[in-house]
Design a protein around this ligand. Structure first.
Ligand code: ZN
Length: 217
């Protein structure tokens, strides 16, 4: 059995993923604490995109100091990876998908990699970085669910984006940090209660089409 808590000479890559509020960061921080108690050299990184706090903090309150790195420039990431035996990365979905080249190299060096992040965006489509990480044959995917904000069942697999409490359109900007865009909030929802409105561009196009048809009639 592959356990992310056991150091192996071949290294390991565990991806804690799922929708928001599914305990991804909690798992990451919990694992890092266990390695810290064993006095294993470790580092925890996060993308500078998410500047809410200088630490990685799970919704359950666990804290871990984290170094912010540019998610588009992997040079810094590579440097930090070379300095530690255990590497935690939070909010990995914000990184460029080429991060897998760096992770693969670290695996070859026998590192223990613990990465956490959303699998899918508000539309229910995989983030490129999440897709890339899942595509590595060595990745152990630990996918969690959350409690749906609508039906309160433990079956939420998706992250619902709301603006002023209402679902957004499919062509809403892809990356918006919670509360950084006015009145934008997120909640976990199940497949049945996840709502994305059709793209506005398409709906405009269909309106034009309907007008043309009306004219033609
Ligand atoms: Zn539901």
């Amino acid at each position: 059995m592959n356990s992310p808590l056991l150091l192996t000479e071949h290294g390991s890559l565990t991806f804690f993923t799922g929708p928001m509020a599914s305990g991804k960061t909690f798992e990451l921080v919990r694992h890092l604490h266990i390695f810290r108690e064993q006095q294993v050299p470790l580092v925890c990184l996060r993308p500078s995109t998410d500047n809410r706090t200088p630490t990685v903090q799970s919704r359950d309150g666990l804290l871990q100091d984290a170094i912010a790195v540019d998610p588009q420039n992997l040079t810094m990431l590579t440097r930090y990876l070379s300095e530690a035996q255990v590497i935690g990365i939070d909010e990995v979905q914000f990184f460029t998908p080429t991060i897998i080249q760096v992770l693969e190299q670290a695996l070859r060096q026998g590192k223990t990699l613990l990465v956490a992040g959303l699998d899918a965006d508000f539309r229910g489509l995989l983030f490129p970085a999440a897709q890339a990480i899942m595509s590595l044959p060595e990745t152990i995917v630990s996918r969690s669910r959350a409690v749906c904000a609508v039906c309160h069942r433990y079956n939420a697999t998706r992250t619902q984006r709301l603006r002023n409490g209402q679902p957004v359109f499919f062509d809403d900007p892809l990356v918006l940090i919670e509360h950084s865009a006015k009145e934008t909030t997120y909640e976990a929802r199940c497949l049945e209660h996840h709502v994305v409105l059709p793209a506005q561009v398409e709906s405009l196009a269909s309106e034009v089409l309907m007008e043309r048809e009306t004219v033609a009639v």
